[in-house]
Design a protein around this ligand. Structure first.
Ligand code: CO
Ligand code: CO
Length: 341
């Protein structure tokens, strides 16, 4: 098999190649009131800003559905496949759901990239689906200009136990379950300037499932949860705040950041998607920290951790059960996000 750098075939990296929050809300204006997006069984739909839709089956159970697809975020095909699968599953976990089935999607530039590489991508994706206990039922593939891969995932959740991003309460602790910095590091990978050990740790983080973090939501009585992906920590926190009618405080020193990310940021490793993120949240943020700290907090993540609004009395147990999780702030009364050192 020829050595190729998959990220050279991608114009953006992972969730950083998403549409920006403002672009997305403009386009999705078209679906808000459409007849196809409303139904009495719909518990969570496109009207909100949740990670996945929730559809009541009428017997105490509900379907949780989501789709996530992106271009190469790392160079090794199998790692990319694994990351794409972990990322797609994450939206189900963020709702407190259990993944059941998935459909796979692959676009491949047949004239420029070997099909051996595509097989490796798919192997990686399927390995992670197996690890998650999620059955892949089928999928779709096309000849496309950029390699693109991902899954539509369907899960189950109780109609009383799903965790939207819209019920955060004043006084809740804010918990993050994975370190930030993935967008900075994948930008460096794409530019061929990432130290291998830094890349390896970021890849391990992205391949890690949010399954435990998701399962522990209901147990801890979490009020709200979302996964941190393309809009960065501050962008996803803003969505939670707006949906819940609350504000928040983030303590920068408590936010875990991948080793090497800050150094790479100083070298200019900063994705276009992250720049758009920072611009779009500035009005909502009252910052007492420097530009670089804000950049880390706005960094577009791929397969990031869960951001959870948890009642104070459940915090110790959640931190104990979910490896790598930390308290990074709190939900506050009012509007906006205060960022302190
Ligand atoms: Co999400
Ligand atoms: Co998603």
């Amino acid at each position: 098999m020829t050595r190729v750098r998959l990220t050279e075939y991608s114009h953006g990296a992972g969730c950083a190649c998403k549409l920006g929050p403002d672009e997305l809300s403009f386009v999705m204006g078209a679906v808000q009131d459409h007849a196809s997006t409303t139904h009495t069984a719909l518990l969570v739909g496109v009207q909100g800003s949740d990670d996945a839709g929730v559809y009541d089956l009428g017997d105490g159970r509900a379907l949780v559905q989501t789709v996530d697809i992106f271009t190469p975020v790392v160079d090794a095909p199998r790692d990319w496949g694994r990351i794409a699968a972990a990322n797609a599953l994450s939206d189900v976990y963020a709702m407190g759901g259990t993944p059941m089935t998935a459909l796979q999607y692959l676009a491949w530039p047949r004239d420029t990239l070997d099909f051996d590489i595509a097989r490796e991508v798919v192997r990686g994706g399927l390995d992670v689906m197996a690890e998650a206990g999620c059955t892949v039922l089928g999928g779709h593939s096309i000849d496309g200009p950029e390699p693109t891969y991902g899954f539509a995932v369907t899960g189950m959740v109780g109609t009383e136990s799903y965790v939207p991003n819209s019920r955060a309460e004043e006084g809740d602790a804010l918990i993050l379950t994975k370190p930030l910095g993935v967008g900075i590091i994948t930008t460096a990978i794409k530019r061929g300037q990432c130290p291998p050990d830094v890349a390896r740790r970021a890849i391990e983080t992205m391949m890690t499932l949010n399954d435990v973090a998701g399962r522990c939501l209901a147990q801890g009585g979490a009020h709200a949860a979302t996964d941190v992906t393309g809009f960065g920590l501050l962008g996803h926190l803003r969505e939670m705040c707006l949906a819940s009618g609350v504000g928040a405080m983030v303590s920068t020193k408590d936010v875990p950041v991948l080793e090497g990310a800050r150094e790479l940021l100083q070298l200019g490793m900063w994705a276009g998607g992250s720049q758009r993120n920072l611009k779009s949240i500035l009005d909502f943020v009252d910052s007492e920290v420097g530009e670089d700290d804000l950049r880390v907090l706005a960094d577009a993540q791929t397969s990031g951790g869960l951001l959870v609004a948890l009642p104070r009395d459940s915090v110790d147990e959640y931190l104990h059960l979910v490896a790598g999780s930390s308290v990074i702030g709190a939900i506050k009364h009012g509007v906006g996000i205060k960022v302190i050192p």
